[in-house]
Design a binder for this molecule. Sequence first.
Ligand code: HEC
Length: 138
Amino acid sequence: MNVGRQAICRVALMVGIAVLAMVAQAAPDAARGEQVYARCLGCHGLASDRVGPRHCGLIGRRAASIAGFDYSKAMKQSGIVWNKKTLDRFLTKPMGAVPGTSMTYDGVPLAGDREDLIAYLEKVNTEAVCKTEGNHKP
Ligand code: HEC
């Protein structure tokens, strides 16, 4: 192979990689989000309250609305409704977004991780683990 062809091949390869990277970035990946969710499992469960409140039914519900869970005053007074935007903001820096929250967790720094995580929380809500009576919206 001569040098010219090698250069063309290299450029073609680079373009291919760039396109792949763009495609990979375009759509949030719930399967990847499930891996990111492992960071939350130390305190949260999907269908039951632990150190933190359950996450089934999260999207669309008001902050601090799981009956019987002992929320901080800050979370109760936050006035937040959980959607993609409010979750993204909270998960970037929980203690910055809701000063005084009892969620003493530093946050998910990468935007892509947060996007995948939120896609997972949305998707899992339609799955069996969240469909059982009592696990859905309060
Ligand atoms: C160190 C324990 C801990 C970790 C780790 C943690 N959380 Fe929390 N989380 C809590 C606690 C405690 C609360 C209740 C906060 C309050 O009342 O101020 C909470 C509250 C929340 C809420 C508000 C729920 C509601 O019902 O209003 C969301 C959303 C949330 N966490 C998401 C996450 C996600 C996503 C992760 C993983 C990236 C995570 N948390 C990691 C302890 C934790």
